[in-house]
Design a binder for this molecule. Structure first.
Ligand SMILES: [Zn+2]
Length: 64
């Protein structure tokens, strides 16, 4: 068994369980993660918008 690992969320300061937060750890959740990320990326990267990557392959050219 792995012992519970807890750290303090850099954004809101609450104690966060590693196993519970998963990849977002040490952040407590996606919101706090995005808030901290936005600081460095100057809000150019929009969280939660998967369509932004789909623009690369337009499906309007399927002619023979
Ligand atoms: Zn937080």
């Amino acid at each position: 068994m792995t012992a519970a690992v807890r750290r303090t969320c850099p954004t809101c300061g609450q104690s966060v369980d590693r196993a519970q937060a998963g990849k977002l750890w040490p952040f407590c959740g996606e919101r706090c993660w995005a808030i901290d990320f936005g600081k460095w990326l100057d809000e150019e990267y929009r969280i939660g918008d998967p369509s932004a990557e789909a623009v690369i392959s337009p499906s309007g050219e399927e002619r023979d």
